[in-house]
Write a new protein. Structure first.
Lengths: 427, 376, 427, 376
């Protein structure tokens, strides 16, 4: 069922194509507009690194407003919410044409591809007019409040509570791992509204303001020093009841939809992503670069390692393409995306391991001649597990593949069909 | 298994699978092994009728494929061969055909040989490996000395598949000025064939000695100038076919192992309910998806003579060669002791996978080739 | 509790050492006797391979009889059952002195170290006089009938049944994976005597003749062509009731004792093993041999692989030594031996993988120049998993380490405390 | 952890552990990092009082150990350092002492330097690595030119631990006829020290430039003839200490990760009840047993100057260097997102383990050394 949406979107493209601008016409129009309106990428400028994040969040709001004014924002979103009502083929063409330009890439995930995607499917008309249009127009940035410190892989075991009080909900609790929440305006927040129901049946999704006197947000510093994640503490945060998305206690359904868009975005198959990351400002080092930098590139052991990682990187692209085809055609279940997820962990981790091996002593101290990037190998290695933790752990993905692709028996869950307040929680 | 096969190709796959299922089920493969291995001539003749040796032959010589993508169709056959560890000279015959076709424009006419192979009347194989030699076809120690209008070929080739059955050999040899390929009939007195032992359950190999074998200049395939391109083409063809075959092997082994995990109970629960095993099945499933993806891309690249075909073929061989045997070994582990018995089919698959993995470049060799190809 | 036995044995050694012949005196006496009585190892003769198994089984019975006649059989077994009543230190000295000689090595496992060890602890006086003395004297070879085709890792789920009939048991069923059963005279056979009890509580251990009209034995051919294992089919096999070891329905206790001796023997710590395998007749190929044979020994990638396997082989010896010390001192639980078991699988398997990588094409066909041993790399690779299957799978060892060493919660067993006849068995 | 420690050694371990627990708990290490890293002079002085720099010093110079196995005792300290990622120049100071002691018989008297180090009054470090140089101490580019009774030292050393704090450097340099080691005070104007960034949470490194530094001939340690043996001894000492330290790291990380698995519930069950995780804990537990075993054997071999000590040290470094970071990364995985935060201690352990792994030979370097040592 979850796959349907993509299929419908592309069928829609075919069905309606007579009435739509052709992709080629659109491409030509986009090319002209881009060249007249968007700033060109500057080889001397740094993009998409932690260092420039704060600057980019400001710039990208403005860029999104430009796109919106020019009629190129939200290409696959319906016109009634500020989008362009076009097809993924148009989006692909626009992304291709936008390659030489700065684009509001930071708004792609989670604001447009995950939160807006979910709201389009599950939000009320009023919510769509306010938040979806807000996100598309660049007036607003959305983020997700899902994970909690107690939860880990067990999202539905969350403890943040919302109490109905007249026309409002009063929210208390704590969220974490909210990517770039500090730069967002509103969050889709999954909370518990019924403690007597089994865990999946007592949840609700509520839109909350990110910055509020009753909530405290702080950035979480990671082991490599980066801080794109945030955690939030709510103390009697009051939001209007109309911010409820879907029905009360049906939040798991809404959350599943949001997770679907997250997997799609992470897997590279979202129709709501516009523009493509071209460069990270010189910080993307390949294993071959490291091999050359340490002067080992003619060593046979090194050449095998570089050849192997090159093969793995190629295979990763190939398998993402294949699984996307399988899911789009309906031959594969939606959970086949968990296989992409596993590759997206295993293969980059293998790359980090090889880089560490090749970089040798230069991965742990700056050498006199170095420009510092070899030490980045060591710093990056600290976050090696990020690839198998972010967006659900690899262990959960393995459960998914075995249970939803191979249809093996499900793991025993001690909290199934138990009133949530009776579930054991450990220390 | 390519997820984007045309209807024609799906039909072709089904026909091939059904034929193999009828004519060469595993019990027949076992019987063949007991009888000494090799392949039944009848079986190959029927296969040739189904077009197994016609897919790389141009239409003007009576070959071709319905889909118009002959190499993709051939890979389908190779994959089905893997699923049933089929006997038969699918790889050597088609590799030779690829070489003959590749040389046709620049060199002497070999359309008779092509037609013979296509019809199944004759079989042939590439004599390229040399004793104690690693994969280095552009530097053979076997020599071809020009004498008047003839060439005299001297040297030893080994690891020659169907060396014992081949009607002729496609011999890569060193000339005074470079390297060249020759057609050499196997029934000459100066050609001495010694069968050798092999790991595969039915595939045969031989060492072949060319003792001052005189062949006419018209035995050359292509020219010395085009020889490296011919060799590269044959190499890509045979390696991509190995990859397709290994994919067939692992897909089939994985299927029956998953089934076993559902059927087999331990401590009152099916094996498939144990999380440690489930997670390994998940990893295997994911790797198989990767194998399928990369084999498909390699096959397409060879089919389309894509600019990056050399690299994609080596990527596929490095990856699948690494994973295929890992996956089969772990599937054996899932079977417990049963998996390492002669009676269980696992070892037939492992023998074939190991053979494909080791010949025409191990994964390590292909990793190094990738490093070369990316200009490291 | 299981550890106690070793500790007692060595304390016994210390306590009683005044009354025993000193190890050095014993060593001198042994040296003289060996030189006068046992055949010297012959470099031209093949030992301990499949090819020579049948010959060795005959020879080794005779060699054991010689040891017995000379007063050097069963060094750590009590004198009343034909042993020498000495200590492990004496056994070690004898093993060292016997290095240049042919020894009845095939009788060490399972006959002396496993079956006899168990009988010493659990057998009746009559059983010890008959079977233990028989094994020590070389008159008799013992083996184990434990595993069944339906069972795998779930030994206690066995289906072979014994029905009491007057003074006899009538046995029906099937056993498999009986190592070298074809060469043995009697087997310790674990059977089910109560189908209404939960699985562990309905078992009994009974000594059965290996060769009998009511049983059919056949050798099992393995994927590499070897056939040291056997399987047996019993159709109304009748044995005297006095062959019951321990109490009826207490067979699991007896079996555990036997498994303890098996782990000890496999781990290399059995006091009942005499003599040490010196050579396998040239078939033991190292990774360095393979590297040289294919002419890759100066390649840096190859040198790393050889160095790594050399390290792993060294580590294996080191860890076996360490765990043995830990178990002997009582610091480690008996199940710590499962860690040895895991190393004994992982490290040899790594060796096979490296050999395969190094051997290249020569692992799958005989090359013209080859003496065939490189193709043995391919043949051995077929049995790679043997190392993680024989004597209990690595998966069971991992359960043991997590549950008995790290004390993590036990796996859910659907057959726990359920009458055995109600347990689900799959297809 | 050696299972065969004497009672004296067990007491020594407990004393050391208690001292570190009081004087340098993790919170203090974090505070030290915030303050810029390095080590508190006071802390090291107290450690010296406990004998941390006396264990390799012969009794006639006031050193020695209660157990009589000084290097084993030192490894105990290194392991305890690992358990709490302690700061302080334990490795560099003791490596220099090992070198000075090794050279004492053949060369000039350096008992004053040894006594200074032993008492904690001074600290020193081996300046042996060179920019863009891999581990190749017998071929330094830094030179020592004989001028009259003096030597003039020129060159650059980097990755010098406590380069910024050292009172003197133990410099390995090339002479006209071979290689030699020299004591060079750090406060000479011609010695220029540049601190560099490092991955470890508190350990500092520096690049040190020797700009025509003149030292007397009495600054030499040992002779040119004994220099290679001195260097080999120092290398074995520092690598074995790295191994002991890495063992302390992984034993501690494993302990708190197992505890976490018991305490943390997911889906109403503790993590420790999930078979897939249990099996990984089992593998880790087994590898840690292997690490403990091989470190102990390496330490014993260095302690006893065993004939095979070079090989056993490289076996330990190859194995532990490989497994330690694997184990810590998998323990991080067990912690979920929490494990990759700054606030969690995992990264402190990973930083130290990675630093130990990469310096003085990576596992790959030691694998090659093993191949050399077995005569391949």
């Amino acid at each position: 069922m979850l796959v349907t949406n993509i299929a419908v979107t592309s069928e829609f493209g075919e069905f309606m194509s007579d009435q739509l601008e052709s992709v080629e016409d659109f491409r030509i129009r986009a090319r002209a507009w881009l060249s007249g309106n968007m700033p060109k990428l500057d080889p001397a400028k740094e993009y998409n690194t932690n260092r420039v994040a704060d600057r980019e969040w400001v710039e990208h709001r403005e860029l999104q407003k430009k796109l919106f004014a020019g009629g190129f924002a939200g290409i696959c979103f319906p016109k009634e919410y500020g989008g362009q009502g076009l097809t993924p083929a148009h989006q692909t063409a626009f992304t291709e044409e936008s390659a030489p330009y700065e684009m509001p890439l930071r708004l792609n995930v989670p604001s447009l591809s995950i939160c807006s995607g979910m709201l389009l499917d599950m939000g009320s008309e009023e919510q769509k007019q306010k938040y979806l249009r807000g996100a598309i127009s660049g007036e607003m940035i959305l983020c997700q409040f899902l994970s909690e410190p107690s939860g880990g892989s067990d999202l539905a075991g969350l403890l943040t509570r919302a109490q109905r009080d007249g026309d409002t909900y009063v929210i208390n609790g704590q969220k974490c791992w909210s990517t770039f929440a500090y730069a967002a305006d509103y969050a889709t927040c999954l909370v518990r509204t019924d403690w007597d129901a089994p865990k999946h049946r007592g949840l609700s999704m509520i839109i909350v303001p990110v910055h509020d006197d009753a909530s405290h947000l702080q950035r979480v510093r990671m082991s490599d020093g980066s801080d794109e994640f945030c955690e939030e503490f709510f103390t009697d945060l009051v939001v209007p009841a109309e911010n409820l998305v879907g029905a009360e206690n049906d939040g798991w359904t809404v959350g599943q939809r949001q997770l679907f868009y997250e997997r799609q975005a992470v897997g590279g198959g979202s129709p709501y992503v516009s523009g493509r990351q071209a460069t990270r400002g010189g910080s993307e080092v390949t294993v071959a670069d490291v091999a050359r930098a340490v002067g080992k590139d003619q060593d046979s052991a090194t050449r095998e390692l570089v050849g192997w990682q090159t093969a793995l990187d190629t295979v990763m692209h190939q398998v993402v393409k294949r699984i996307t085809i399988g899911m789009t055609s309906g031959e594969y279940p939606a959970m086949a995306s968990s296989m992409m997820r596993l590759c997206h962990a295993e293969i980059p981790q293998n790359r980090m391991d090889i880089m560490l091996d090749l970089a040798g002593d230069e991965a742990v101290t700056s050498a006199e001649h170095g420009d510092g990037y070899l030490r980045n190998v060591g710093i990056q290695y600290l976050m090696r597990q990020g690839a198998s933790l972010g967006g659900g752990s690899s262990e959960m993905s393995r459960n998914m593949v075995s249970e939803r692709v191979l249809m093996m028996p499900r793991e025993m869950a001690a909290d199934r069909d138990v009133p949530f307040r009776e579930v054991r929680r450990g220390r | 298994m390519d997820l984007e096969l045309s209807e024609d190709q799906k039909l072709f796959r089904n026909t091939t699978a059904k034929f193999l299922d009828n004519e060469s089920p595993i019990e027949k493969v076992r019987a063949l092994n007991k009888a000494g291995g090799g392949f039944p001539a009848e079986f190959w003749a029927q296969g040739a009728e189904l077009g197994w040796a016609a897919l790389l032959v141009p239409e003007e010589l009576g070959g071709g494929s319905i889909s118009g993508n002959g190499f993709q169709d051939l890979a389908i056959v190779a994959e089905e061969f893997g699923r049933l560890v089929s006997p038969g000279p699918l790889l050597p015959v088609n590799t030779v055909i690829a070489g003959l076709v590749e040389g046709a424009e620049s060199g002497p006419d070999h359309s008779a040989e092509i037609e013979g192979l296509m019809s199944g009347e004759s079989v042939a194989t590439w004599a390229v490996y040399e004793p104690k030699g690693h994969w280095d076809p552009l530097n053979p120690t076997t020599t071809a000395r020009k004498e008047g209008d003839n060439y005299v070929i001297s040297g030893v080739k080994d690891r020659v598949e169907i060396g014992n059955e081949a009607d002729f050999f496609f011999v890569t040899a060193k000339t005074e000025t470079g390297v060249a390929n020759f057609i050499v009939p196997s029934d000459l007195g100066s050609v001495v064939i010694e069968p050798v032992a092999a790991l595969d359950f039915v595939r045969h190999f031989a060492t072949v000695r060319f003792n001052e074998v005189t062949v006419p200049a018209s035995a050359m395939v292509g020219t010395q100038e085009t020889a490296p391109a011919i060799i590269e083409r044959m190499f890509q063809v045979v390696v991509a076919l190995q990859c397709a075959e290994m994919n067939g092997l692992i897909n089939r082994v994985f299927e029956f192992t998953v089934q076993w995990a559902f059927d087999r109970y331990s401590f009152g629960r099916p094996l498939a309910s144990y999380q440690a095993l489930k997670h390994r099945f998940s990893d295997m499933r994911t790797w198989i998806e990767c194998c399928n993806a990369t084999a498909d891309e390699a096959v397409k690249a060879v089919n389309n003579r894509a600019e990056n075909s050399a690299r994609l073929v080596s990527v596929a061989k490095a990856y699948i060669g690494t994973k295929a045997v890992q996956i089969i070994q772990d599937c054996i582990q899932m079977h417990g002791g049963l998996g390492v018995t002669w009676e269980h089919d696992c070892h037939l698959y492992l023998r074939r996978a190991t053979t494909d993995r080791q010949l025409f470049g191990t994964p390590a060799d292909h990793k190094r080739r990738i490093a070369d190809l990316i200009g490291l």
